[in-house]
Design a protein around this ligand. Structure first.
Ligand SMILES: Cc1cc2nc3c(=O)[nH]c(=O)nc-3n(C[C@H](O)[C@H](O)[C@H](O)COP(=O)(O)O)c2cc1C
Length: 245
C-alpha cells in the first residue's frame, strides 16, 4: 500500500546484532518518536532508562533467563510505567497522588506500550532491529533496584536495539478474519482458523529451527495461558504502589 505498511508488515524480532554502534543522537531521536505517541490524557507516563553498564546488563540478562542479546546489543532500554512524574506535577498544583488505582496502572502501562512501539517503528525505519524483553518481569524487584526505580514506577519491558546480524523470516500471524470482527464478538470460526494457523506455525518453526522445533501456536499457548506465570507480579505491583483498587 505504501512504505509504512511495508515496514510494519516486515517486522520480525532480532536477537543477534553486529558490533556497529548506534549513536546517542539516533537513540534520543528514536525515543522522541516514542514520546510523540498518543498518551492517555497527556499523562506521559513513560520513562526510559538506557542501560550501558555491562554488569547491570549481565544481571538483567540472567534474570531474563540468560538472554545474551541483552548483553550484546548496542542499545538496551528499559521502558518504565511512571505515575510518579504526573504525581510530582500534581503536587506542584497542590494535589497529592492517589496511590494504587487500577485505572492509573492501565493508563501508564498502555502509555509505555504505545511509546515503545512508536520507537520500535522509528528504529526499524532506519534498518535497525529490535527485540522486546518481557522476561525482565521474571524477577522485577532486583531489576527495579538495579535501576533505582522509586515507588509508582515499574519496569514494563526491556528493548534491545541494534544493527541486525541475522535475517529471520517474518513470523506469520493469525488471519485477519480471526482478529477483525464485525459488530459483535464471535468465535464461531476461531477453532477452524486456529487449526489452520497451527499448521502454518508448525512449518514456520520447522523451517526456522532446521526441524528441531516441532510446535504450533496451540502448543505455545498451552504453555503460556495454560499455566500460572509470573504470579509474583501482583505482589510486586502492590509494593510499587500499583496495587489494584
Ligand atoms: C512485551 C513483549 C515482550 C517480549 N519479551 C521477549 C523476551 O523476553 N525475549 C524474546 O526473545 N522475545 C520477546 N518478545 C518477542 C516476541 O516473542 C515476538 O514479538 C513474538 O514471538 C512475535 O515474533 P516477531 O516479533 O518476530 O514477529 C517480546 C515481545 C513483546 C511484545
Amino acid at each position: 500500500m505504501n512504505d509504512v505498511f511495508t515496514l510494519l508488515r516486515s517486522h520480525r524480532s532480532i536477537r543477534k546484532f553486529t558490533d556497529e554502534a548506534v549513536d546517542d543522537d539516533t537513540v534520543a531521536a528514536i525515543v522522541a518518536c516514542g514520546t510523540s505517541a498518543a498518551t492517555s490524557s497527556n499523562l506521559q507516563a513513560t520513562t526510559v532508562i538506557r542501560v550501558r553498564d555491562r554488569d547491570t546488563r549481565a544481571e538483567i540478562a540472567r534474570i531474563a533467563g540468560g538472554q545474551q542479546h541483552i548483553v550484546d546489543c548496542p542499545v538496551f532500554l528499559v521502558w518504565c510505567a511512571d505515575v510518579r512524574r504526573p504525581g510530582t506535577a500534581a503536587a506542584l498544583a497542590g494535589a497529592t497522588l492517589v496511590s494504587g488505582m487500577t485505572e492509573q496502572f492501565i493508563i501508564a502501562t498502555v502509555d509505555v506500550a504505545l511509546a515503545a512501539q512508536n520507537a520500535v517503528v522509528a528504529a526499524e525505519s532506519l534498518g535497525l532491529g529490535i527485540c522486546y524483553i518481557g522476561a525482565i518481569r521474571n524477577d522485577p524487584q532486583p531489576v527495579s533496584e538495579l535501576l533505582d526505580l522509586p515507588e509508582h514506577v515499574y519496569p514494563v519491558f526491556g528493548l534491545c536495539i541494534g544493527h541486525p546480524a541475522q535475517d529471520p523470516d517474518v513470523k506469520p500471524r493469525l488471519p485477519i478474519e480471526v482478529v477483525l470482527k464485525e459488530e459483535r464478538y464471535s468465535d464461531d470460526s476461531d477453532e477452524f482458523a486456529i487449526k489452520n494457523y497451527d499448521e502454518t506455525m508448525r512449518d514456520y518453526y520447522r523451517t526456522r529451527t532446521g526441524g528441531t522445533k516441532n510446535s504450533c501456536w496451540s502448543d505455545e499457548m498451552a504453555g503460556l495461558v495454560g499455566s500460572e506465570r509470573r504470579a509474583h507480579m501482583r505482589r510486586f505491583l502492590a509494593d510499587r504502589g500499583f496495587e489494584m483498587r
